[in-house]
Design a protein around this ligand. Structure first.
Ligand SMILES: Nc1ncnc2c1ncn2[C@@H]1O[C@H](COP(=O)(O)OP(=O)(O)O)[C@@H](O)[C@H]1O
Ligand SMILES: [Mg+2]
Length: 97
């Protein structure tokens, strides 16, 4: 697992200034079928070992900060893994953030 934090401009939309946090792993990856559901509360592929709450909480928290969560993943054998990118906009004066 690699974590990287850098100053960034939002890659789309408003082009806001902020912070980008990237989490990358070389795990099993996320299938295209599962991808649309991974931030759904209680969605888990880990049976009773999972709660399905991790990414739901991440998405909710990022959105409360007016940020953006992006996920890219590959399940190809030999090169599988996932990259989670969080963009958090810098607080502007008087925003109360
Ligand atoms: N880094 C990852 N690599 C592969 N699959 C992942 C990863 N993170 C999340 N997932 C997939 O998304 C599902 C939901 O994740 P999460 O909300 O953290 O719940 P949990 O970890 O309890 O299952 C996981 O069960 C798994 O299928
Ligand atoms: Mg989890």
């Amino acid at each position: 697992m690699h974590v990287r934090i850098s100053r960034a401009l939002e890659w789309a939309g408003l082009g806001r200034r902020g912070l980008r946090v990237t989490f990358a792993d070389n795990g099993c990856g996320i299938s295209a079928a599962d991808m649309p559901r991974i931030t759904e509360p209680f969605f888990t592929t880990k049976g009773t070992a999972g709660t399905g709450l991790g990414l739901a909480l991440v998405k909710d928290t990022v959105e409360k900060h007016h940020g953006v969560l992006r996920v890219r993943s590959s399940t190809k054998s030999g090169r599988s893994g996932s990259v989670f990118t969080i963009f958090l906009p810098a607080a502007s004066c008087g925003s109360g953030a």
